[in-house]
Design a protein around this ligand. Structure first.
Ligand SMILES: Cc1ncc(COP(=O)(O)O)c(C=O)c1O
Length: 376
């Protein structure tokens, strides 16, 4: 089918949205259905159960929600619904999405206290733990698992377990890792884990799957400045409606739910462990090919690299916009450039979900190599 927006692009290897499989595309194109018709309520329930399996939510008695709106809705809601004005929140930050959490904290009139690291390295665990200990009066901490703009994976487990031992709420952005890297919110002490439908889950943008712990619900209910309710951002509205009586707070996107349901079937049929292994293998291949071509990884060490996206230092005297355009025009493959403060510094190859298959990544690296050679 002719698609004006794709304009000759045959393969999406960006930071997300990524390629969507034919089966998920056909699910997204199903006719509309009234959302209180039993068939849709059942579908929403099944999709939530499948999402809970991908989150392995049973490990921590977490509730799983699927909010209507892409990742930022869940990220903002996580902060707005739990944090009171004047409270202190610890923000781990080594890239643009880490910083965003700090902005949400400021928006509610609370005080972000940053643990900063450069965008090309992960956090030093012992220093991070000292930081948590020094700031025990904080009510919450935030962390981005995969900092997509920098191609980093920040392991949450030690930090979140420490924060829990200090009675803090732990909020983790797994937008670019859920379904592509090991992520166990229940076992790792994560109170609010926030994903997105358009990255490793490989459906369309528009839904925020997330998990919520009992501790997080309690914090929302105790929120001094009135618990957030009757709002698009209200997680308690979802609790009162969907979790308690299988009602919706507003009309859900039925097509999006069809798409996510099919995408989750694909993941669960392949096996979550196999899917995670595939992302790992594909990312190792991309890094190896990149280094063979003479490109440098943006993260200083391979141990910091995410299995879902590779950020490469933009070679000297190469214009990123021209390179991306040449790869797109000559090969029909769209790769990514830098985002925010990393603009003009990095190139990015997303290998998430359906895009994380060897034929796609090898074609992408061939195209990149050939275009770079043509500049010599
Ligand atoms: C780590 C991370 N967090 C949050 C977002 C924002 O998510 P969305 O675009 O789904 O709102 C992105 C998008 O690229 C991301 O990579």
């Amino acid at each position: 089918m002719w698609n004006k927006a794709r304009d000759g692009i045959k393969l999406l290897m960006t930071a997300g949205p990524v390629e969507i499989s034919p089966r998920v595309l056909s699910a997204l194109a199903q006719p509309a259905i009234y959302h209180y018709y039993k068939g849709f309520v059942d579908l929403f329930e099944e999709t939530t159960e499948k999402m809970a399996k991908v989150f392995q939510a049973n490990m921590g008695e977490l509730d799983t929600l699927i909010l209507q709106g892409e990742g930022v809705l869940g990220l903002e809601a996580a902060v707005v619904c739990t944090v009171n004005p004047g409270e202190k929140v610890l923000v781990f930050e080594n890239g643009p999405f880490g910083k965003w959490f700090g902005d949400y904290v400021k928006n509610v009139g609370a005080e972000p206290v940053y643990f900063h690291e450069d965008t090309n390295r992960g956090f030093d665990t012992s220093k991070a733990i000292e930081f948590l200990e020094r700031n025990q009066d904080a009510v919450a901490m935030t962390l981005v698992h995969c900092e997509t703009p920098a191609g980093l994976l920040n392991p949450p487990v030690e930090l979140c377990r420490k924060a829990k031992s200090l009675n803090m709420l732990t909020i983790v952005d797994c937008v670019a890792s859920i379904g592509g890297a090991e992520f166990l919110p229940g076992a790792w002490g994560i109170d609010l884990a926030i994903g997105a439908s358009q990255k490793c889950l490989s459906s369309a943008a528009g839904l925020t799957p997330m998990t919520v712990s009992k501790f997080a619900w309690e914090m929302m209910e105790k929120r001094k400045k009135n618990p957030v309710r009757v709002s698009y951002l209200s997680l308690l509205d979802w609790k009162d409606t969907w979790l308690q009586s299988k009602k919706f707070p507003f009309t859900p996107f039925t097509a999006e739910v069809n798409g996510l349901s099919a995408a989750l079937d694909e993941i669960l049929e392949e096996g979550l462990d196999n899917v995670i292994q595939r992302h790992k293998e594909v990312s190792q291949y991309v890094r190896k090919r990149a280094m063979e071509i003479g490109l440098k990884l943006w993260p200083l060490e391979e141990k910091f690299c995410s299995p879902t996206i590779t950020a490469l230092s933009l070679p000297e005297r190469v214009d990123d916009a021209r390179l991306i355009q040449d790869v797109a025009k000559r090969y029909g493959i769209l790769i990514g450039g830098g985002y925010r403060e990393l603009k003009g510094k990095v190139l990015r190859i997303g290998h998430m979900g359906y895009s994380a298959h060897m034929p796609f990544v090898s074609a992408t690296m061939d195209a990149l190599e050939s275009v770079l050679k043509s500049y010599n």
